[in-house]
Design a protein. Sequence first.
Length: 80
Amino acid sequence: MLVRVVPFARIREIVGGEREQDARDHATAGDVYDALAREFPALRELRPSTRFVRNGAFARADTALDDGDELGLLPPYGGG
Protein backbone atom coordinates (compact mmCIF):
# COMPACT_ATOMS: atom_id res chain seq x y z
CA MET A 1 0.00 0.00 0.00
CA LEU A 2 1.06 3.61 -0.45
CA VAL A 3 0.94 6.29 2.24
CA ARG A 4 1.53 9.98 1.55
CA VAL A 5 4.02 11.23 4.14
CA VAL A 6 3.91 14.94 4.93
CA PRO A 7 6.85 15.89 7.15
CA PHE A 8 7.16 19.22 8.93
CA ALA A 9 10.03 21.38 10.21
CA ARG A 10 13.18 19.41 11.09
CA ILE A 11 11.75 16.14 9.75
CA ARG A 12 11.06 17.83 6.41
CA GLU A 13 14.66 19.06 6.29
CA ILE A 14 15.93 15.52 6.82
CA VAL A 15 13.53 13.74 4.45
CA GLY A 16 13.47 16.45 1.79
CA GLY A 17 9.74 17.03 1.52
CA GLU A 18 6.55 15.11 0.93
CA ARG A 19 6.81 11.60 -0.44
CA GLU A 20 4.87 8.46 -1.23
CA GLN A 21 5.98 5.69 1.11
CA ASP A 22 5.40 2.05 0.30
CA ALA A 23 4.21 0.18 3.40
CA ARG A 24 3.07 -3.34 4.13
CA ASP A 25 -0.63 -4.02 4.66
CA HIS A 26 -1.77 -3.23 8.21
CA ALA A 27 1.25 -0.98 8.80
CA THR A 28 1.00 1.54 11.63
CA ALA A 29 2.10 5.16 11.75
CA GLY A 30 5.10 4.03 13.78
CA ASP A 31 5.99 1.38 11.19
CA VAL A 32 6.08 4.00 8.46
CA TYR A 33 8.20 6.31 10.61
CA ASP A 34 10.60 3.48 11.43
CA ALA A 35 10.96 2.64 7.73
CA LEU A 36 11.85 6.27 7.04
CA ALA A 37 14.34 6.20 9.92
CA ARG A 38 16.11 3.24 8.31
CA GLU A 39 16.55 5.36 5.19
CA PHE A 40 17.29 8.57 7.12
CA PRO A 41 19.06 7.62 10.40
CA ALA A 42 18.92 11.22 11.70
CA LEU A 43 15.18 10.64 12.32
CA ARG A 44 15.89 8.11 15.08
CA GLU A 45 16.63 10.77 17.69
CA LEU A 46 13.32 12.55 16.95
CA ARG A 47 11.13 9.42 17.20
CA PRO A 48 10.21 9.65 20.92
CA SER A 49 8.82 13.17 20.55
CA THR A 50 7.32 13.03 17.05
CA ARG A 51 3.54 13.44 16.80
CA PHE A 52 1.57 11.66 14.11
CA VAL A 53 -1.40 13.04 12.17
CA ARG A 54 -3.48 10.59 10.12
CA ASN A 55 -5.74 12.25 7.56
CA GLY A 56 -5.86 15.48 9.55
CA ALA A 57 -6.44 14.01 13.04
CA PHE A 58 -3.82 13.35 15.70
CA ALA A 59 -2.98 9.66 15.95
CA ARG A 60 -0.81 7.36 18.00
CA ALA A 61 2.19 5.41 16.73
CA ASP A 62 0.13 2.21 16.87
CA THR A 63 -2.66 3.62 14.66
CA ALA A 64 -3.22 1.38 11.63
CA LEU A 65 -3.01 3.02 8.23
CA ASP A 66 -4.92 2.32 5.03
CA ASP A 67 -3.85 2.59 1.42
CA GLY A 68 -3.93 6.24 0.35
CA ASP A 69 -3.79 7.68 3.87
CA GLU A 70 -1.89 10.89 4.56
CA LEU A 71 0.52 10.74 7.49
CA GLY A 72 1.78 14.01 8.91
CA LEU A 73 4.96 13.92 11.00
CA LEU A 74 5.33 16.72 13.54
CA PRO A 75 8.62 17.03 15.41
CA PRO A 76 8.81 18.72 18.79
CA TYR A 77 8.18 22.42 18.55
CA GLY A 78 7.94 25.38 20.86
CA GLY A 79 6.88 28.94 20.73
CA GLY A 80 5.18 31.59 22.60
